[in-house]
Design a binder for this molecule. Structure first.
Ligand code: ADP
Length: 210
């Protein structure tokens, strides 16, 4: 995206408030000649920020503004939106994991091993499936029912919300653990946070309302 000069910004504001407005009228508001404005108007119309109609004048392109907001949203970084991850030891009983899910009011728990590294993902459906039948939920550890490494889809803090959204939709999952790779250990991650479909929706609302 090209950076606008101060004068181009002023022109945009004038057209936003007064459009449709002729080049001559814009020039008068800025105490400039029409000729001096021509290059700026050319840049603003060619880049789509302004529309020009013969004999009517210049007007602000609302679609461009919406597109710009949408782009801004999609380029936001995971690090700025990640939420706190709710973590259990992988030896935790399924019963206790269910209690934890309600207490923390989340849809997904993450399991870690004794070194604190990401070991598994436990979703609502995983817990429901484990609860069907007559298993002893107090004895059954979550490690038996969770989705395990290396089958976990993860996201890094420097990736974008667009990448996170794609990963969740493509893989039919509700959340992604935000991770940092442990140096020189393949598929070993430290858990930094989580991104959920709610995170994406909240970021979208925030940016559109701003
Ligand atoms: P729910 O079970 O509440 O519908 P999900 O759609 O997120 O939640 O989970 C569906 C399945 O995908 C579950 O078996 C879960 O363990 C698994 N899963 C969830 N998140 C991930 C992830 N980031 N990577 C791999 N598998 C996941």
């Amino acid at each position: 995206m090209i950076k606008l000069t101060e004068r181009q910004d002023k022109i945009l504001q004038i057209v936003k408030q007064n459009g449709p407005i002729t080049g001559q009228e814009i020039a008068e508001k800025l105490s400039l000649t029409r000729a001096a404005l021509r290059p700026d108007l050319a840049i603003l119309t060619m880049s789509g920020k302004l529309d020009a109609r013969p004999r009517v004048g210049y007007f602000f392109n609302e679609n461009y503004e919406v597109k710009r907001q949408a782009e801004k949203f999609l380029h936001q970084k995971v690090i700025d939106y990640k939420a706190h991850p709710i973590v259990v030891e992988k030896s935790t009983a399924v019963y206790d994991a269910i209690v934890q899910l309600f207490l923390e009011d989340v849809g997904t728990l993450y399991a870690v091993d004794s070194r604190g590294h990401l070991a598994g993902v436990i979703s609502r459906k995983d817990l429901l499936r484990a609860s069907l039948g007559n298993k002893n939920l107090h004895e059954l550890p979550v490690s038996v029912i969770m989705t395990r490494m290396p089958n976990i889809f993860t996201i890094r803090p420097d990736e974008t919300l667009l990448e996170a959204a794609k990963k969740m939709i493509d893989n039919h999952i509700d959340s992604l653990p935000v991770v940092k790779e442990v140096e020189e250990e393949k598929n070993t991650y430290l858990l930094l946070g989580r991104i959920t479909k709610t995170t994406i929706t909240r970021a979208y609302l925030e940016i559109m309302e701003r």
